[in-house]
Design a binder for this molecule. Structure first.
Ligand SMILES: N[C@@H](CCC(=O)N[C@@H](CS)C(=O)NCC(=O)O)C(=O)O
Length: 218
């Protein structure tokens, strides 16, 4: 069975690459950059009507949301490595609560900064400069990070407890991104990020996601 991941060089493309590295699954990596020539590839355009990376394809699915890809991979292959609580359990409800919070209250708000910040951090030349929106989004993300820090207040190692799970991939990728955007990250989350980033699969995925390691496909 062939698995293919499209996308390179963004916090969102990092997520499926990290999940695949944790699970030790083989895949073909189509190294296309956001807004790069690879996005115009005919096959990719047919697959992704949203015209966004990442995109993932296997024998069952063709899906694009980074969190959905990570959760699908864990549901299908997670086992003891990325364990998934069963639907309908309190544990699954909490996993979804944390995941959706990270994606809507942290990830999407950091993207507001990305869209409206001046270059080189941002894309204001494409989406319009909006300094007030950038500042408001920074404050918003900082408040959301305080909420994420509260999840760890009981001394747990990971978002859901003592085991690394899918929300850790989502949160840690946001923390890396937040730091790049100059957002202040609470001490508890800085320590958490150090712990999670010491996982071998984190380093593997960072290398695979880094456009400077190999020429992008186009
Ligand atoms: N919510 C989506 C966001 C995907 C997304 O916006 N990807 C950006 C790169 S980070 C992209 O493909 N941008 C190309 C464009 O908008 O033209 C996810 O988490 O996968």
């Amino acid at each position: 069975m062939t698995r293919t991941v499209w996308g390179l060089g963004t916090p969102r493309t990092f997520r499926p690459l990290w999940a695949l590295a944790e699970l030790g699954l083989e895949y073909e990596h189509r190294r296309i950059l956001a807004r790069g020539p690879g996005m115009e590839d005919e096959h990719f355009r047919r697959l992704s009507k949203r015209h966004k990376i990442p995109f993932y394809e296997d024998d069952r699915v063709k899906i694009g949301e980074s969190a959905a890809i990570v959760i699908y991979l864990a549901d299908r292959y997670g086992g003891d490595i990325l364990p998934m609580p069963a639907p309908g359990t309190a544990e699954r409800a909490i996993l979804q609560d944390r995941s959706l919070f990270i994606m809507t209250e942290i990830d999407a708000r950091i993207y507001t900064i990305r869209l409206h910040h001046a270059p080189p951090q941002g894309l204001s030349e494409l989406y319009g400069a909006a300094p007030a929106a950038v500042e408001a989004a920074k404050t918003y993300v900082e408040n959301s990070l305080n909420e994420a820090a509260r999840w760890l207040q009981d001394g747990r190692l990971y978002v859901l407890g003592e085991h690394f799970c899918t929300p850790d991939i989502l949160l840690a990728s946001c923390l890396v991104w937040a730091k790049l955007c100059g957002i202040s990250v609470p001490k508890q989350l800085v320590e958490y990020l150090q712990r999670v980033a010491s996982r071998p699969a984190f380093a593997v995925a960072m290398t695979c996601n880094d456009p400077s390691n190999a020429k992008p496909d186009d």
